[in-house]
Design a protein around this ligand. Sequence first.
Ligand SMILES: Cc1ncc(COP(=O)(O)O)c(C=O)c1O
Length: 407
Amino acid sequence: MAELFEDLNPPQRLLMGPGPVNAHPRVLAAMSAPLLGQFDPQFREYMKQTSALYRGVFQTANRWTLLVDGTARAAIEAALVSLIEPGDRVLVPVFGRFGNLIVEIARRCGADVRVIEVEWGKVFADEALQATVSREKPKLVAVCHGDTSTTMAQPLAALGKACREHDALLYVDATATLGGMDIQTDAWQLDVVTAGLQKCMGGPPGSAPLTLNERAERRIVRRRHIEAGLQDNKYKAGEGPIIASNYFDLAMIMDYWSDKALNHHTEATSMLYAARECARIVLQEGLANAFARHAAASRALTAGLKAIGLELFGDQDHKMPNITGVHIPRGVDGEAVRRALLAEHNIEIGTSFGPLHGRIWRIGTMGYNAREDAVLATLDALEAVLAAQKFKLPRRAGVDAARSAFG
Ligand SMILES: Cc1ncc(COP(=O)(O)O)c(C=O)c1O
């Protein structure tokens, strides 16, 4: 007989990295609800409710507010492959790894990609973005809102205005900020916004909320080509080029989510339950309260880190409230600290990529984990592990500073 291994029994970790974070217990409970068929009227009702709930979370009236099945990058790919026609000029402002991801996906879609960059740890000035949109005249601007690799968040309202003025569509990756930072889809004139569950929404990875407005809908629907086996005698193909992915074809995904209920993929039932519950939790708390909770956790964590004698990374005026970059002090082995936190304290914090690799740790305070006890436990453990590494620090100073920041 093949080896069956032991029963699944993962350790109880406190996930204080850049995501995934611990899912809210209500979300895990929702995922164990009985499965329904994808065309069961009750399930279609849950889909409609999920759309309505995410309109609230995305702060939009967009009809097309739905889930793409897959992790956050599934929605990024769906948005880009459905919006970009080969040869389209696409402008990507890059301030970290996830901007580079957008560049890569846009190139795979055949775009003529124009990139502007700032040093990791900074964001773009509004004027620089406005001037570049005016000069490049892209069909699409695609940008990350909060880039977890650098912990920076790019302000978007002025960019939204510039894109409208120059008739460019604006796509935003809000994977790491939705539910933790204000994202006013309609007021800021964002045409398409996508996210994930495993950060500030407090769910597991595997479902990617997406919203798109009528401007984006027009761009997508002109490329609508439905599968041969589903066409009826009234079917007329769109005049634009066929979208190069079947799974991520937003025209077909919209048909599936609409009252037509045209068959496409099989909706990931348990992930829809999870996404629905994440949105219910965030809206029940209230968006403003959820943002304030993330900001409070960030203030307390950063106060604690500074009190330990650590230096924060990047432009603090544009730091995301849900993730903090902190320099690894000279003489300290950053990976040994992470290993000890995990092995001795069951706490995970993040490493970093590219130019920041080995230079900073990233500590997340997001979703269900943007809580006082989680912040204090992390600082307490970090103090103990750093002290064991012979890093001189005033013991308890971090925890005390964080506690008084929480008030
Ligand atoms: C800003 C940002 N975008 C995209 C992604 C990709 O998400 P996923 O790993 O869920 O596909 C991440 C994941 O960390 C992220 O932080």
